[in-house]
Design a protein around this ligand. Structure first.
Ligand code: FES
Length: 307
């Protein structure tokens, strides 16, 4: 029997010999982690130090309030390497789980990664059940216990036989290939720019940098604007004589935030990040600790202008 046949037969057997509950858990965890890694590879900003979604910026944001901030600060020094490792690691954990290659080790690695993500990015999410990392941590632990062989010898637990060795090679090559292909087809990342300019559209006697007239915007309301980069922005009148504006691109994964007039916060509909416009767009809840990019604006006579 060829090595490929032996490997494929091993995958089939590994699924046949499991209960439906374990198969379901394995399928969900394997597909989700593979997808999570590929999703990072498809984000052109993830490894780009100038982009808003750059891993280094995410780590810097997490480090501000995380219980493992000393570790995160060390990781920031090698952020691009950490990002690439996380991307390939997630794909490898997902594929190893689906193929049944060192499944116990993959489950322990999945649990470790979920615990790290929880301690860094979603530790302050309340209520806790809104953060998925804790759920994944528990799922990986349950899966690891479910596949632990009754006779626990190192070789049985780690599956270090010929098929295991072939599987490690296949998973390694495919993980790097998927990450590389994702990077080739990645959408360009959103570039962070503190000097983002506003596209102005006032006419007549309005100054060239006018964004809106004061009468367009009642106190406590917001206006969607367009930045020169093409990104959506949001202009908020916080008091009779005070306005502020931000890029509306969420610093977690780039969804568009909106202003909530009741809580007076900017809220991301995707994963619930919240930003405080009165604290320069500071992230106050959710999976990001990176503030929104502030756009300088001011009131000038009857106009709101870009400063
Ligand atoms: S994109 Fe995830 S919270 Fe905004």
């Amino acid at each position: 029997m060829s090595s490929v046949q032996e490997f494929l037969q091993g995958i089939t057997k590994s699924w046949i010999h499991q209960s439906w509950s374990v198969r379901l858990l394995r399928l969900w965890l394997g597909v989700t982690f593979t997808y999570a890694g590929i999703d990072k590879a498809l984000d052109g900003g993830f490894l780009n130090p100038d982009a808003t979604t750059y891993i280094g910026k995410q780590l810097a944001g997490f480090a501000q309030q995380s219980p493992i901030s000393p570790l995160l600060n060390k990781m920031i020094e090698h952020a691009t390497l950490v990002g690439a490792g996380t991307m390939v690691g997630e794909i490898a954990i997902g594929l190893a789980t689906l193929f049944g290659v060192l499944p116990f080790l993959a489950a322990v690695a999945g649990a470790g990664l979920s615990a790290t993500l929880w301690l860094s990015s979603t530790f302050h999410t309340t209520p806790y059940f809104l953060a998925p990392d804790t759920a994944y941590l528990i799922m990986w632990l349950v899966f690891a216990l479910a596949i632990l062989p009754r006779k626990r010898t190192i070789s049985r637990v780690l599956n270090v036989d010929r098929r295991g060795a072939i599987g490690i090679g296949v998973v390694g090559v495919l993980s790097i290939a998927f990450a590389g292909l994702g990077n080739i087809f990645a959408k360009p990342g959103k570039i962070a720019s503190g000097a983002a300019k506003v596209v102005t559209k006032q006419g007549g006697s309005a100054p060239a940098n006018a964004i809106a007239t004061i009468s367009d915007l009642n106190v406590g309301t917001a206006l969607q604007i367009k930045l020169a980069s093409g990104d959506p922005g949001i202009l908020i009148r916080t008091a009779t004589d005070a306005v502020c504006a931000f890029s509306a691109v969420c610093t977690h994964q780039g969804c568009t935030v909106d202003y909530d007039q009741v809580s007076k916060e900017l809220i991301c509909p995707c994963h619930g990040a919240r930003f405080d416009p009165l604290q320069n767009g500071k992230a106050i809840a959710g999976p990001t600790r990176v503030a929104l990019t502030e756009v300088p604006v001011q009131i000038s006579g009857e106009y709101i202008v870009s400063a």
